[in-house]
Write a protein that binds this ligand. Sequence first.
Ligand code: ADP
Length: 605
Amino acid sequence: MIDDKLLYENLKKYFGYDTFRNGQEEIITNILKGEDVLGVLPTGGGKSICYQLPALIKEGITLVISPLISLMKDQVDSLVEDGISASFINSSLAYDDYIDSIRKIRSGNIKLLYISPERLENKFFLDFLKELKVSFIAIDEAHCISQWGHDFRPSYKLIPSIYEILGNVPVAAFTATATQEVREDIIANLKLKEPYVKVTGFDRENLTFKVEKPSDKMKFVKRYLKDHENDSGIIYASTRKKVDELYKSIKKLGLDVSKYHAGLSEDTRVKDQDDFIYDRKKIIVATNAFGMGIDKSNVRYVIHYNMPKDMESYYQEAGRAGRDGEASDCILLYNAHDIIINKFFINQTNNPSYKKYQLEKLQTIINYVNTSKCLRAFILEYFGQEAMDTCNNCSNCLNEVEKTDATIDSQKVLSCIYRLDQRYGSRTVIDCLKGANNKNSREKNLKDISTYGIMKTNSENYIRNLIGTLIADGYIRVSGSTYPILRLTEKAKEVLFEESKVYVNYTIREKEDLKEKVPYIVDGEDYDEELFNHLKKVRLELSKKRNIPPFIIFSDASLKDMAIYKPRSEEDFLKIKGVGDKKLMQYGDIFIAEISEFIINNRKY
Ligand code: ADP
């Protein structure tokens, strides 16, 4: 029998939360029952508590296998901050610290031991494992065992070889990867026995997705950063050169910015990354080399200065925003040049089938930037999850759009593709519609086509955007790898021959009322922004003094809760989200004093 009360007591005592997030309670209960488990939760969904809480309740030590050595120290520090005894063993430990860890584990005082999968290659370590009473094995980032995933890690294959040594204890595997193939691979390769499988939704309600097509991207970024000076965020760019350029421009604005790409020395990278994690610099500009192993929970925005290569990369990178559940922005800046850069990268490969695969993937994200439907619905459907038609929390839903009947223009475009025998790409289709008299047009005798010049009064940009939307919304299919060819889908035939209508969105102005309320987010209580910013400073000072990242002391969500309820007694402080017994003991006095002083100094209260 699992005692529910015990679960909730421990959740509050150690982690400071009153309720479980979607999926957590069922997963924990099944681990406690001794079942094997596969938990599929999105980034920021709260996977850690799923194994940390049962580890506390079960007798013995829990072995946590995690691929990211750089994260282990943070994870262990964070547990220690919560009053939980944990330790890690990996190649980054100096010999003395390693011996010290082993000694502590032997003494039986440690509840969670984090190791990397490579540790299982070490004979001495395997012998050491035999001495321990392991309660269960938790496997983080379990998709690393799958060759389908992009993070395949061969040493994950060693994991089942230790089951017998540990007396066939239960195994709990966790991942954020959505695809069915990967899930099946995890169950088979990790040899999970009739596991309890919990897949929660992939939606990240607190993220606002936006696609922007500014004529001047830099200007957009500058304005955004000025408006969000107190926030921490990541700006991704596709090349090192662009990262350097952006870094310089942002520095000139007088903002604290750090940068990260593979061209910098290891020392510089570690320092720049730490500056960002420890909130010494609020902004980091980086290539996609940055991010794996970053668990910073208070990232308020992720801006993509260039379009990434596919939806998977985009969702993973953008998903680094808002792990603490607070409202955060994911903005993709786009212009046609982004397609050229991506195609250039793709053309570096010589393998034709891989090239074709990558181009298809690229098309999915081109569709994302061009779609007129809800961006969240687009993402969720792409990952195979059903979604509502509107979320009221993405740029397509938040912007007041005029639904324009574009049937006639769409028919012109579609029939031009048809008349051209579906043999050409957008360049030729546009030349034909515009009635161009250039080399391409003369070579292909476009003058003889009946749709020649039927859109000569429209701008090239308009036609190009319309083609983009028709592709994104499924009227046109792009095929061919070296030269993309436009072809018609069944849906296009309905427009051409069956009077089906096409509507496209043209943004006119932002719906301010919607933006203010953000109805999609449930938790929208008013907080005192001044107090919140003050508490952030207090946290930063403590972080410097203790040399641990600020978000490990308190998440933004906890500080915001303090700025709503302004607790001035220990009893009230304990009611704050994320405050457990240890946090109260360690930081209660400091924060209660700061809040009280703030209230006295601000006469409005
Ligand atoms: P994941 O590993 O799935 O990306 P984490 O375990 O790092 O997510 O959790 C993300 C954030 O959510 C952390 O700040 C964590 O403290 C918080 N969190 C986890 N469970 C809860 C809960 N039940 N209530 C409130 N916050 C939670």
